[in-house]
Design a protein around this ligand. Sequence first.
Ligand code: GLU
Length: 496
Amino acid sequence: MTTTNPPARVRFAPSPTGFLHIGGARTALYDYLLAKQTGGAFILRIEDTDQKRYQDTAEQDIKDALAWMGIQPDEGPDRGGPYAPYRQSQRSQIYRDIAEELIEKDQAYYCFCTTERLSEVRDQQQKNNQTPHYDGTCRRLDKKEAVNRAASGEPHVIRFKSPRGGTTTAVDALRGEITVENSSLDDIILIKSTGLAVYHLAAMVDDHLMGITHVFRGSEWLPTFPIHVLVYRALGWDEPIWVHLSVLLKPDGKGKMSKRDTELAREQGYPIFMKDMEDLGYIPEAVINWIALMGWSYDDKTEYFTLSDLVDKFSIDKLNPSPAAINFSKLDHFNGLHIRELAVEDFAKRIKPWFEKAGLLPRDEILVPVAAALQKRTKKLTEVVDMGGFFFHDEVGLALDRIVSSKLSAGQAAEAAERILEIFRGLDEITQDKAETALRELASQMGLKAGQIFGLLRESLTGQKVSPPIFDIIPILGRELVLERLEKAHKILSKA
Ligand code: GLU
């Protein structure tokens, strides 16, 4: 525990309607950080009351993403906990009971208006240039009569009885007091005609019953925020600390990421959804660092944070309510930074599957040295095969035309290959110390630049134009393989 603040109970309450995106992951991360910092609890609650948008693979996707980030809930549908169940579809009766309690307290009422009637009212209001809202017809019904009608099975919803006069002030931890005229508040539906509760009731009930101390959520909830505090107050409950996080903007800063922008970005290969991060070569340490800084900062200079640094340093007062543009190149930057910080054995473990996926056999005996040669140069794990696949290829594909066209004639290339071979054969160990001078001399004897000789050597050993430094590669390949590849190159070049 790193603060003296009381243990926070913080929940991540996603709706299982699609893949977890970076915005949702940010909320979950902040929840986790506060919970861990205060020795409290990080709770996962699945808000699956919207059956129309429900997707049955989404819950698993969310759990997988949290696991990948290394932020496991302390309580949730899988872990259980003192306030189970943690899936709203299994809590319908609880919401129904509280809605009825609100009716008893005269803070809610049954509404029997049909959809047809409601749409007529809406049309009329629009014609009169009014914001559409419920016109309060059933608010005026006799309560006993309404109770009887509902009990006899007449289709109904339950609406919240918003106060009519005065103002309501809600307090957001980042924005301070937000005051609205009560006349602008609608009598929103709490329980739908299907009997299922909507977010405005279900989330409040659960947050209260689950002892939630801090609510971190997206700022799309700001418009209905006053209603949420009114629900709390109508029930006589203490409010949590409300924190509405900043909106994430498109990379160009022009507007919010819409669903379409999200899809477009994904089609273009940008990491929007957590499930894509791994395939795109990002490591969780970097993603966490990147996400944490979208709307939070420690000071104006520190940018490198591990998860445990964040647990230590996170604080609500450093959250910024201003919209933040998503910066994908920053993610690449953080990925490179965090890759360089990994222990080489750890990096080796993470790159091994990439070689395997490319159909290569990453030999364990050289995997760690290969990792060491690649680590400094890797920004995304996707790059390791292009950069280091040659270590594990049986055959190195030589692009002859490239060697020849890189300002060496076929004859020169063949001669150079032969003479490099001679030099290497004469060395019991091919080290930079022993070989470099000889190779430079060879270049000057042949009237070539040293770079042309080294380029040829690189191509012969790797089949690539770009690779880790040649003298880092040679000891890993080993003398035998180096000579073998050079011989092969020489043979090919002589025939060219
Ligand atoms: N289920 C809501 C959503 O996914 C949660 C909002 C909240 O955290 O209260 O937007």
